[in-house]
Design a protein around this ligand. Structure first.
Ligand code: AMO
Length: 439
Protein backbone atom coordinates (compact mmCIF):
# COMPACT_ATOMS: atom_id res chain seq x y z
CA UNK A 1 0.00 0.00 0.00
CA UNK A 2 1.24 3.47 -0.86
CA UNK A 3 2.04 5.77 2.00
CA UNK A 4 -0.57 8.46 2.56
CA UNK A 5 0.66 11.82 1.33
CA UNK A 6 0.03 14.94 3.36
CA UNK A 7 -1.52 17.33 0.85
CA UNK A 8 -2.47 19.99 3.37
CA UNK A 9 -0.72 23.30 3.73
CA UNK A 10 -0.41 25.64 6.68
CA UNK A 11 -0.07 28.94 4.83
CA UNK A 12 -0.56 30.67 1.51
CA UNK A 13 2.52 32.26 -0.05
CA UNK A 14 1.27 35.78 0.63
CA UNK A 15 0.98 35.05 4.35
CA UNK A 16 4.70 34.40 4.84
CA UNK A 17 6.26 37.30 6.71
CA UNK A 18 8.82 38.13 9.35
CA UNK A 19 6.40 37.21 12.14
CA UNK A 20 6.78 33.58 11.06
CA UNK A 21 10.61 33.42 11.21
CA UNK A 22 11.68 30.18 12.86
CA UNK A 23 8.33 28.48 12.30
CA UNK A 24 7.60 25.35 10.27
CA UNK A 25 5.27 25.91 7.31
CA UNK A 26 3.84 23.85 4.47
CA UNK A 27 3.20 25.57 1.15
CA UNK A 28 1.37 24.10 -1.84
CA UNK A 29 1.52 25.51 -5.33
CA UNK A 30 3.46 25.15 -8.55
CA UNK A 31 7.04 25.67 -9.61
CA UNK A 32 7.50 28.92 -11.44
CA UNK A 33 11.32 29.06 -11.58
CA UNK A 34 14.35 27.12 -10.43
CA UNK A 35 17.84 28.61 -10.11
CA UNK A 36 20.44 25.92 -9.59
CA UNK A 37 23.62 27.22 -7.99
CA UNK A 38 25.26 23.89 -7.25
CA UNK A 39 24.89 22.86 -3.63
CA UNK A 40 21.55 24.55 -3.38
CA UNK A 41 18.75 25.75 -5.58
CA UNK A 42 16.31 28.64 -5.31
CA UNK A 43 12.85 27.55 -6.26
CA UNK A 44 10.12 30.11 -6.84
CA UNK A 45 6.86 28.48 -5.84
CA UNK A 46 3.67 30.29 -6.74
CA UNK A 47 0.19 29.70 -5.42
CA UNK A 48 -3.02 31.61 -6.10
CA UNK A 49 -1.94 34.35 -3.67
CA UNK A 50 1.64 35.06 -4.74
CA UNK A 51 5.13 33.59 -4.67
CA UNK A 52 7.59 32.38 -2.08
CA UNK A 53 11.27 31.65 -2.39
CA UNK A 54 12.20 28.13 -1.31
CA UNK A 55 15.82 27.09 -0.68
CA UNK A 56 16.45 23.41 -1.33
CA UNK A 57 19.64 21.57 -0.52
CA UNK A 58 21.04 18.02 -0.67
CA UNK A 59 19.27 15.51 -2.93
CA UNK A 60 16.29 17.81 -3.15
CA UNK A 61 18.35 19.99 -5.52
CA UNK A 62 18.26 17.30 -8.23
CA UNK A 63 14.56 16.78 -7.66
CA UNK A 64 13.85 20.49 -8.02
CA UNK A 65 16.07 20.96 -11.04
CA UNK A 66 14.51 18.00 -12.83
CA UNK A 67 10.94 18.97 -12.04
CA UNK A 68 9.32 20.65 -15.05
CA UNK A 69 8.15 24.23 -14.48
CA UNK A 70 4.45 24.48 -13.56
CA UNK A 71 4.48 21.07 -11.83
CA UNK A 72 2.33 20.96 -8.70
CA UNK A 73 4.42 20.75 -5.53
CA UNK A 74 4.09 20.78 -1.80
CA UNK A 75 6.97 21.72 0.42
CA UNK A 76 7.64 21.91 4.13
CA UNK A 77 10.36 23.91 5.82
CA UNK A 78 11.36 26.66 8.19
CA UNK A 79 10.78 30.33 7.54
CA UNK A 80 14.00 32.34 7.65
CA UNK A 81 15.10 35.88 6.91
CA UNK A 82 16.07 36.25 3.28
CA UNK A 83 19.22 37.92 2.02
CA UNK A 84 17.62 38.68 -1.35
CA UNK A 85 16.76 42.33 -1.98
CA UNK A 86 13.09 43.16 -1.53
CA UNK A 87 12.29 39.72 -0.17
CA UNK A 88 11.76 39.66 3.61
CA UNK A 89 11.59 35.88 4.14
CA UNK A 90 12.18 32.57 2.42
CA UNK A 91 11.60 28.92 3.30
CA UNK A 92 14.51 26.60 4.08
CA UNK A 93 13.02 23.38 2.75
CA UNK A 94 13.13 20.06 4.59
CA UNK A 95 10.61 18.21 2.41
CA UNK A 96 10.00 18.81 -1.28
CA UNK A 97 7.42 16.72 -3.11
CA UNK A 98 6.48 16.98 -6.75
CA UNK A 99 2.81 15.96 -6.75
CA UNK A 100 1.98 16.14 -10.47
CA UNK A 101 4.50 16.82 -13.20
CA UNK A 102 3.64 19.34 -15.89
CA UNK A 103 4.16 17.82 -19.31
CA UNK A 104 6.22 20.05 -21.59
CA UNK A 105 6.01 21.68 -24.02
CA UNK A 106 3.10 23.54 -22.42
CA UNK A 107 0.67 25.29 -24.81
CA UNK A 108 1.32 28.73 -23.29
CA UNK A 109 3.70 30.34 -20.84
CA UNK A 110 1.48 31.40 -17.95
CA UNK A 111 4.21 33.60 -16.45
CA UNK A 112 3.54 35.94 -19.38
CA UNK A 113 7.27 36.27 -20.13
CA UNK A 114 6.66 34.72 -23.52
CA UNK A 115 3.56 36.36 -24.95
CA UNK A 116 0.92 33.88 -26.19
CA UNK A 117 -1.78 34.47 -28.80
CA UNK A 118 -5.18 35.18 -27.23
CA UNK A 119 -6.81 32.14 -28.86
CA UNK A 120 -4.09 29.87 -27.50
CA UNK A 121 -4.61 31.33 -24.05
CA UNK A 122 -8.34 30.65 -24.25
CA UNK A 123 -7.64 27.10 -25.43
CA UNK A 124 -5.50 26.64 -22.31
CA UNK A 125 -7.65 28.78 -20.00
CA UNK A 126 -7.01 26.72 -16.84
CA UNK A 127 -3.26 27.21 -17.27
CA UNK A 128 -3.75 30.86 -18.28
CA UNK A 129 -5.23 31.43 -14.81
CA UNK A 130 -1.79 30.85 -13.34
CA UNK A 131 -0.90 34.22 -14.81
CA UNK A 132 -1.39 36.70 -11.94
CA UNK A 133 -2.98 39.34 -14.20
CA UNK A 134 -5.54 36.91 -15.52
CA UNK A 135 -6.31 35.50 -12.07
CA UNK A 136 -6.81 39.07 -10.79
CA UNK A 137 -9.48 39.67 -13.45
CA UNK A 138 -11.47 36.68 -12.22
CA UNK A 139 -11.04 37.56 -8.55
CA UNK A 140 -12.44 41.00 -9.40
CA UNK A 141 -15.28 39.36 -11.27
CA UNK A 142 -16.19 37.39 -8.18
CA UNK A 143 -15.87 40.48 -5.97
CA UNK A 144 -18.09 42.42 -8.39
CA UNK A 145 -20.83 39.81 -8.19
CA UNK A 146 -20.66 39.92 -4.41
CA UNK A 147 -21.02 43.71 -4.33
CA UNK A 148 -23.98 43.57 -6.72
CA UNK A 149 -25.71 40.93 -4.60
CA UNK A 150 -25.09 42.92 -1.42
CA UNK A 151 -26.32 46.16 -3.00
CA UNK A 152 -29.52 44.66 -4.35
CA UNK A 153 -30.31 42.73 -1.15
CA UNK A 154 -29.86 45.93 0.86
CA UNK A 155 -32.49 47.51 -1.43
CA UNK A 156 -34.97 44.73 -0.63
CA UNK A 157 -34.44 42.57 -3.73
CA UNK A 158 -34.45 38.81 -3.44
CA UNK A 159 -32.36 36.59 -5.69
CA UNK A 160 -34.29 34.23 -7.96
CA UNK A 161 -33.48 31.61 -10.58
CA UNK A 162 -35.73 31.28 -13.60
CA UNK A 163 -35.66 28.52 -16.23
CA UNK A 164 -33.15 28.61 -19.03
CA UNK A 165 -35.00 25.91 -20.97
CA UNK A 166 -38.11 27.54 -22.32
CA UNK A 167 -40.99 26.57 -24.59
CA UNK A 168 -41.29 29.77 -26.61
CA UNK A 169 -39.40 32.96 -27.36
CA UNK A 170 -39.32 35.26 -24.32
CA UNK A 171 -38.81 38.52 -26.15
CA UNK A 172 -39.69 37.68 -29.71
CA UNK A 173 -36.95 37.99 -32.28
CA UNK A 174 -35.03 35.32 -34.09
CA UNK A 175 -31.84 34.99 -32.10
CA UNK A 176 -32.81 31.87 -30.15
CA UNK A 177 -31.03 28.56 -29.89
CA UNK A 178 -33.57 25.79 -30.39
CA UNK A 179 -33.20 22.10 -29.64
CA UNK A 180 -35.18 18.90 -29.21
CA UNK A 181 -36.83 18.49 -25.86
CA UNK A 182 -38.51 15.10 -25.45
CA UNK A 183 -39.97 15.27 -28.96
CA UNK A 184 -40.92 18.91 -28.62
CA UNK A 185 -39.08 22.05 -29.61
CA UNK A 186 -37.44 24.00 -26.80
CA UNK A 187 -35.17 27.04 -26.65
CA UNK A 188 -32.42 28.44 -24.48
CA UNK A 189 -33.65 31.59 -22.75
CA UNK A 190 -32.44 34.80 -24.38
CA UNK A 191 -33.25 36.65 -21.10
CA UNK A 192 -35.41 36.18 -17.99
CA UNK A 193 -37.54 39.17 -19.04
CA UNK A 194 -41.01 37.65 -18.83
CA UNK A 195 -40.36 35.63 -15.68
CA UNK A 196 -38.85 38.50 -13.75
CA UNK A 197 -41.84 40.68 -14.62
CA UNK A 198 -44.26 37.97 -13.49
CA UNK A 199 -42.41 37.59 -10.19
CA UNK A 200 -43.04 41.21 -9.18
CA UNK A 201 -46.67 40.15 -8.71
CA UNK A 202 -45.85 38.30 -5.49
CA UNK A 203 -42.21 38.96 -4.65
CA UNK A 204 -42.18 42.69 -5.43
CA UNK A 205 -38.41 43.11 -6.01
CA UNK A 206 -36.35 40.36 -7.64
CA UNK A 207 -32.98 39.95 -9.24
CA UNK A 208 -31.28 37.17 -11.11
CA UNK A 209 -27.65 36.72 -12.08
CA UNK A 210 -27.50 34.15 -14.81
CA UNK A 211 -26.73 33.27 -18.40
CA UNK A 212 -28.39 34.72 -21.50
CA UNK A 213 -28.16 32.71 -24.70
CA UNK A 214 -28.28 34.50 -28.03
CA UNK A 215 -27.79 32.95 -31.42
CA UNK A 216 -26.14 36.11 -32.63
CA UNK A 217 -24.00 35.87 -35.69
CA UNK A 218 -21.84 38.76 -34.47
CA UNK A 219 -18.08 38.83 -34.71
CA UNK A 220 -17.22 41.69 -32.39
CA UNK A 221 -15.23 42.20 -29.21
CA UNK A 222 -18.45 42.77 -27.27
CA UNK A 223 -20.83 39.99 -28.37
CA UNK A 224 -20.92 36.43 -27.07
CA UNK A 225 -23.55 33.77 -27.61
CA UNK A 226 -23.58 32.99 -23.88
CA UNK A 227 -23.04 35.80 -21.39
CA UNK A 228 -23.90 36.73 -17.83
CA UNK A 229 -26.46 39.33 -17.04
CA UNK A 230 -27.68 40.93 -13.85
CA UNK A 231 -31.42 41.33 -14.19
CA UNK A 232 -33.65 43.25 -11.82
CA UNK A 233 -37.36 43.93 -11.74
CA UNK A 234 -39.23 45.96 -9.13
CA UNK A 235 -42.88 46.70 -8.48
CA UNK A 236 -43.93 50.31 -7.83
CA UNK A 237 -40.74 51.82 -9.22
CA UNK A 238 -40.60 53.97 -12.35
CA UNK A 239 -37.79 53.93 -14.88
CA UNK A 240 -35.91 56.83 -13.34
CA UNK A 241 -35.89 54.99 -10.00
CA UNK A 242 -34.28 51.93 -11.54
CA UNK A 243 -31.79 54.16 -13.37
CA UNK A 244 -30.76 55.39 -9.92
CA UNK A 245 -30.45 51.76 -8.88
CA UNK A 246 -28.18 50.69 -11.73
CA UNK A 247 -26.07 53.78 -11.06
CA UNK A 248 -25.78 52.78 -7.40
CA UNK A 249 -24.78 49.24 -8.37
CA UNK A 250 -22.04 50.47 -10.71
CA UNK A 251 -20.77 53.02 -8.17
CA UNK A 252 -20.63 50.42 -5.41
CA UNK A 253 -18.68 48.00 -7.59
CA UNK A 254 -16.20 50.71 -8.57
CA UNK A 255 -15.74 51.92 -4.97
CA UNK A 256 -15.23 48.36 -3.73
CA UNK A 257 -12.65 47.69 -6.45
CA UNK A 258 -10.80 50.88 -5.61
CA UNK A 259 -11.03 50.63 -1.84
CA UNK A 260 -10.79 46.91 -1.18
CA UNK A 261 -9.34 45.34 -4.30
CA UNK A 262 -6.72 47.89 -5.31
CA UNK A 263 -3.99 45.28 -5.73
CA UNK A 264 -6.09 43.17 -8.10
CA UNK A 265 -7.29 46.26 -9.97
CA UNK A 266 -3.70 47.37 -10.49
CA UNK A 267 -2.72 43.87 -11.63
CA UNK A 268 -5.72 43.47 -13.93
CA UNK A 269 -5.44 46.88 -15.58
CA UNK A 270 -1.65 46.77 -15.69
CA UNK A 271 -1.81 50.17 -13.98
CA UNK A 272 -3.48 51.67 -17.04
CA UNK A 273 -4.10 55.35 -16.46
CA UNK A 274 -6.84 55.62 -19.03
CA UNK A 275 -8.84 53.18 -17.12
CA UNK A 276 -8.41 55.00 -13.84
CA UNK A 277 -9.57 58.33 -15.27
CA UNK A 278 -12.68 56.75 -16.75
CA UNK A 279 -13.62 55.10 -13.49
CA UNK A 280 -13.38 58.28 -11.43
CA UNK A 281 -17.11 58.88 -11.15
CA UNK A 282 -16.92 61.53 -8.45
CA UNK A 283 -20.08 62.73 -6.72
CA UNK A 284 -21.77 64.02 -9.85
CA UNK A 285 -24.68 61.91 -11.08
CA UNK A 286 -24.13 60.02 -14.30
CA UNK A 287 -25.30 62.22 -17.24
CA UNK A 288 -28.76 61.44 -18.58
CA UNK A 289 -29.12 62.35 -22.25
CA UNK A 290 -32.32 61.84 -24.12
CA UNK A 291 -32.32 60.06 -27.45
CA UNK A 292 -33.29 63.36 -29.10
CA UNK A 293 -30.39 65.19 -27.44
CA UNK A 294 -28.12 62.48 -28.85
CA UNK A 295 -29.53 63.10 -32.35
CA UNK A 296 -28.75 66.83 -31.94
CA UNK A 297 -25.22 66.13 -30.76
CA UNK A 298 -24.68 63.73 -33.64
CA UNK A 299 -26.06 66.22 -36.16
CA UNK A 300 -23.54 68.81 -34.92
CA UNK A 301 -20.84 66.22 -35.59
CA UNK A 302 -22.10 65.70 -39.12
CA UNK A 303 -23.89 62.41 -38.39
CA UNK A 304 -27.44 63.02 -39.60
CA UNK A 305 -30.10 60.68 -38.23
CA UNK A 306 -33.87 61.06 -38.31
CA UNK A 307 -36.20 60.53 -35.38
CA UNK A 308 -36.89 56.80 -35.14
CA UNK A 309 -33.53 55.68 -36.52
CA UNK A 310 -31.60 53.34 -34.27
CA UNK A 311 -28.18 54.58 -33.18
CA UNK A 312 -25.82 52.79 -35.53
CA UNK A 313 -22.44 51.49 -34.50
CA UNK A 314 -20.83 54.53 -36.15
CA UNK A 315 -23.21 56.87 -34.29
CA UNK A 316 -22.48 55.21 -30.96
CA UNK A 317 -18.76 55.48 -31.59
CA UNK A 318 -19.17 59.23 -32.21
CA UNK A 319 -21.22 59.59 -29.03
CA UNK A 320 -18.59 57.56 -27.21
CA UNK A 321 -15.96 60.08 -28.25
CA UNK A 322 -18.09 62.93 -26.90
CA UNK A 323 -18.90 61.05 -23.67
CA UNK A 324 -15.93 58.97 -22.65
CA UNK A 325 -17.19 57.56 -19.39
CA UNK A 326 -20.62 56.43 -18.18
CA UNK A 327 -23.83 58.10 -19.43
CA UNK A 328 -27.45 57.17 -20.00
CA UNK A 329 -29.43 57.47 -23.22
CA UNK A 330 -33.10 57.65 -22.25
CA UNK A 331 -36.53 58.22 -23.80
CA UNK A 332 -35.96 56.18 -26.93
CA UNK A 333 -38.64 56.15 -29.66
CA UNK A 334 -41.24 53.60 -28.61
CA UNK A 335 -41.05 51.77 -31.92
CA UNK A 336 -37.36 50.93 -31.31
CA UNK A 337 -38.14 49.20 -28.04
CA UNK A 338 -39.54 45.74 -27.24
CA UNK A 339 -43.28 45.20 -26.77
CA UNK A 340 -43.13 45.25 -22.97
CA UNK A 341 -41.77 48.81 -22.69
CA UNK A 342 -44.14 51.53 -21.45
CA UNK A 343 -44.78 54.65 -23.51
CA UNK A 344 -43.97 58.07 -22.12
CA UNK A 345 -47.31 59.51 -21.02
CA UNK A 346 -46.33 63.09 -21.92
CA UNK A 347 -45.24 62.07 -25.45
CA UNK A 348 -46.40 58.62 -26.59
CA UNK A 349 -43.93 58.62 -29.53
CA UNK A 350 -41.32 58.10 -26.82
CA UNK A 351 -40.79 55.35 -24.28
CA UNK A 352 -39.81 55.12 -20.64
CA UNK A 353 -36.61 53.34 -21.51
CA UNK A 354 -32.87 53.77 -21.12
CA UNK A 355 -29.50 52.34 -21.95
CA UNK A 356 -26.47 52.76 -19.71
CA UNK A 357 -23.43 53.40 -21.88
CA UNK A 358 -19.71 53.52 -21.26
CA UNK A 359 -18.29 55.36 -24.25
CA UNK A 360 -19.58 53.50 -27.31
CA UNK A 361 -20.38 50.36 -25.33
CA UNK A 362 -23.92 49.57 -24.13
CA UNK A 363 -23.74 48.12 -20.62
CA UNK A 364 -27.38 47.88 -19.59
CA UNK A 365 -30.85 48.50 -20.88
CA UNK A 366 -34.16 48.74 -19.14
CA UNK A 367 -37.28 50.74 -18.53
CA UNK A 368 -40.78 50.92 -17.17
CA UNK A 369 -42.95 48.04 -18.38
CA UNK A 370 -46.54 47.88 -19.50
CA UNK A 371 -48.64 46.39 -16.71
CA UNK A 372 -52.05 46.77 -18.38
CA UNK A 373 -52.84 43.46 -20.14
CA UNK A 374 -54.91 45.14 -22.84
CA UNK A 375 -52.12 47.49 -23.80
CA UNK A 376 -49.65 44.63 -23.72
CA UNK A 377 -51.79 42.54 -26.09
CA UNK A 378 -52.13 45.48 -28.43
CA UNK A 379 -48.39 46.12 -28.46
CA UNK A 380 -47.61 42.47 -29.18
CA UNK A 381 -49.91 42.58 -32.19
CA UNK A 382 -48.46 45.93 -33.31
CA UNK A 383 -45.00 44.39 -33.32
CA UNK A 384 -46.17 41.45 -35.42
CA UNK A 385 -46.04 38.99 -32.51
CA UNK A 386 -48.87 36.60 -31.82
CA UNK A 387 -50.51 37.28 -28.42
CA UNK A 388 -51.62 33.61 -28.37
CA UNK A 389 -48.04 32.42 -28.08
CA UNK A 390 -47.62 34.67 -25.01
CA UNK A 391 -50.75 33.35 -23.27
CA UNK A 392 -48.79 31.90 -20.32
CA UNK A 393 -47.32 35.32 -19.73
CA UNK A 394 -50.43 37.36 -20.40
CA UNK A 395 -52.59 35.40 -17.98
CA UNK A 396 -50.42 36.65 -15.09
CA UNK A 397 -51.32 40.21 -16.01
CA UNK A 398 -54.96 39.37 -15.30
CA UNK A 399 -54.10 38.57 -11.68
CA UNK A 400 -53.46 42.16 -10.59
CA UNK A 401 -50.07 43.09 -12.01
CA UNK A 402 -48.41 46.04 -10.26
CA UNK A 403 -46.66 48.75 -12.30
CA UNK A 404 -42.99 47.76 -12.50
CA UNK A 405 -39.60 48.64 -13.95
CA UNK A 406 -36.28 46.90 -14.34
CA UNK A 407 -33.08 46.45 -16.29
CA UNK A 408 -30.57 43.92 -17.56
CA UNK A 409 -26.91 44.72 -17.04
CA UNK A 410 -24.36 42.87 -19.17
CA UNK A 411 -22.03 41.81 -16.40
CA UNK A 412 -19.22 40.73 -18.73
CA UNK A 413 -19.31 44.11 -20.47
CA UNK A 414 -19.19 45.89 -17.11
CA UNK A 415 -16.16 43.82 -16.15
CA UNK A 416 -14.60 44.60 -19.51
CA UNK A 417 -14.84 48.32 -18.77
CA UNK A 418 -13.69 48.04 -15.16
CA UNK A 419 -10.62 46.00 -16.01
CA UNK A 420 -9.74 48.08 -19.08
CA UNK A 421 -10.08 45.00 -21.33
CA UNK A 422 -10.46 45.46 -25.06
CA UNK A 423 -12.31 42.19 -25.58
CA UNK A 424 -15.21 40.75 -23.59
CA UNK A 425 -13.57 37.32 -23.95
CA UNK A 426 -10.83 38.56 -21.61
CA UNK A 427 -13.22 38.56 -18.66
CA UNK A 428 -15.12 35.34 -19.46
CA UNK A 429 -13.57 32.04 -18.47
CA UNK A 430 -14.71 29.93 -21.40
CA UNK A 431 -16.24 32.25 -23.99
CA UNK A 432 -18.85 31.00 -26.43
CA UNK A 433 -19.15 32.66 -29.82
CA UNK A 434 -19.80 31.68 -33.42
CA UNK A 435 -16.39 29.99 -33.63
CA UNK A 436 -15.73 28.86 -30.10
CA UNK A 437 -17.49 25.92 -28.50
CA UNK A 438 -14.54 24.37 -26.63
CA UNK A 439 -12.90 24.04 -24.18
P1 AMO B 1 -30.59 43.61 -23.80
O1 AMO B 1 -30.90 42.76 -24.96
O2 AMO B 1 -30.19 45.04 -24.11
O3 AMO B 1 -31.81 43.75 -22.80
O4 AMO B 1 -29.44 42.92 -22.93
C1 AMO B 1 -29.03 43.47 -21.70
C2 AMO B 1 -27.53 43.72 -21.70
O5 AMO B 1 -26.81 42.52 -21.96
C3 AMO B 1 -25.61 42.82 -22.65
N1 AMO B 1 -25.56 42.06 -23.91
C4 AMO B 1 -24.53 41.30 -24.31
N2 AMO B 1 -23.34 41.02 -23.76
C5 AMO B 1 -22.51 40.18 -24.40
N3 AMO B 1 -22.83 39.56 -25.57
C6 AMO B 1 -24.01 39.81 -26.17
N4 AMO B 1 -24.32 39.18 -27.31
C7 AMO B 1 -24.92 40.70 -25.55
N5 AMO B 1 -26.17 41.15 -25.85
C8 AMO B 1 -26.53 41.97 -24.84
C9 AMO B 1 -25.59 44.29 -22.91
C10 AMO B 1 -27.04 44.67 -22.77
O6 AMO B 1 -27.19 46.00 -22.37
N6 AMO B 1 -34.72 42.13 -21.33
C11 AMO B 1 -33.82 43.25 -21.58
C12 AMO B 1 -33.32 43.89 -20.32
C13 AMO B 1 -34.42 44.61 -19.55
O7 AMO B 1 -35.12 45.42 -20.15
O8 AMO B 1 -34.54 44.35 -18.34
C14 AMO B 1 -32.66 42.73 -22.43
O9 AMO B 1 -32.49 41.58 -22.68
O10 AMO B 1 -24.78 44.88 -21.90
Amino acid sequence: MAEQQDIHRTHFARQLDEGLIGQQVRIGGWIEDVRDIGKLAFVTVRDATGTCQAIVTGDMVQKAVQAPRQSAVILAGTVQKSRAKGLPVEVKVSEFTVLTRAVHPLPIDPTGRVESAFDKRLDARALDLRNPRVAAVFRLRSAGLQVIRDTLRAEGFIEVNTPKIIGSASEGGANLFGFDYFKRKAYLAQSPQLYKEQLTLGLDRVFEIGPYFRAENSHTVRHLSEFTSVDVEAAFLDYEDVMDLVEKVVRNVISAFQEKHGVDLELATGGSNNNRIDLALGDKKIDRLTYEQCLDELAREGEKLSFGDDLSDAALRKLGELHRGFYFIMDWPLKLKPFYIHEKESDPRLSKSFDLQHGYLELASGGRRLHDPEKLRARLAEQGLNPASFSEHLKVFDWGMPPHSGWGLGFDRLMMVLTGSQNVRDVVLYPRDTDRLTP
